[in-house]
Design a binder for this molecule. Structure first.
Ligand SMILES: Nc1nc2c(c(=O)[nH]1)N[C@H]1C(S)=C(S)[C@@H](COP(=O)(O)O)O[C@H]1N2
Ligand SMILES: [Mo]
Length: 231
């Protein structure tokens, strides 16, 4: 475990050396005039992006392609991390739980017009998983793949933000299957489709490639406070 801890710290330092400047410059952290209403959220953006309705937590909708709801048992679940990495991984659920765990209270904004505020997500920073796999010097983006055939892409400067989590719990309970359990991603600073439910694979890329909705008309950048929904 000490070895893993050291490897994570080294990997995080390498990633921050490459991406810290880019991370600070993204519209989700450095927008001089973010749109929306309400008191500032944790990152200084208005709590409600423009055009959103805030729902109660108990009304959290289930939204996905709807073709199937994957039934992935904890015993069979694996997260492969491959592509432009020095060390491809295949993490089991137990291995994910053995990594440093964090809790982040975050908001969840769906492009179809609803938001849920203050969900308490538990999991592992995506940064931690990437630090273990060591993206190569050429890696710039990643594609998250899911067991239902879904995919969504992220630039590394968004993926590495500290509240972007590989989530296995919410509000003190295991992540429900409908919401992507056993394991999903949550990317609070972007529209919720950027967070793959039933996460199965992270593919590191050396150039951007569009995922399921990004091909079909949703914005590639997905900034809620710029009303950035389609292209
Ligand atoms: N695997 C997978 N992940 C997915 C989707 C999907 O269809 N399949 N839909 C996305 C969309 S459009 C949204 S709004 C959120 C919804 O998450 P929820 O069902 O937990 O509310 O999941 C995202 N992640
Ligand atoms: Mo969505």
């Amino acid at each position: 475990m000490d070895d893993i801890q050291r490897r994570i710290e080294e990997g995080v330092a390498l990633l921050r050396a490459r991406f810290a400047g880019k991370m600070k410059a993204t519209p989700s952290l450095a927008d001089p005039a973010p749109q929306g209403e309400g008191a500032p959220n944790r990152h200084g953006m208005p709590k409600e992006p423009p055009g959103q309705n805030v729902f109660e937590k108990r009304e959290w909708p289930v939204l996905d392609l709807g073709v199937e709801t994957p039934d992935v048992s904890i015993d069979r679940w694996r997260l492969r991390v491959d592509g432009a990495v020095e060390t491809p991984l295949a993490l089991s659920y137990a291995e994910l739980l053995a990594l440093p765990q964090v809790e982040e209270e975050s908001d969840f904004h769906c492009v179809t017009g609803w938001s849920i505020l203050d969900l308490r997500f538990r999991g592992v920073r995506l940064e931690t998983v990437l630090a273990l796999a060591r993206p190569t010097a050429e890696a710039t983006h990643l594609m998250a793949h899911a067991s239902d055939g879904y995919s969504t892409n992220l630039p590394l400067e968004e993926a590495l933000k500290p509240d972007v989590l590989v989530v296995h719990g919410v509000d003190g309970a295991p992540l429900p299957r409908d919401h992507g359990g056993p394991v999903r991603i949550v990317v609070p600073q972007l529209w919720a489709w950027k967070g793959a439910k039933w996460l199965s694979r992270l593919e590191l890329l050396t150039q951007d490639r569009r995922g399921y909705w990004e091909i079909r008309g949703y914005s590639n950048t997905a900034y809620p406070w710029r009303d950035d929904r389609t292209w």
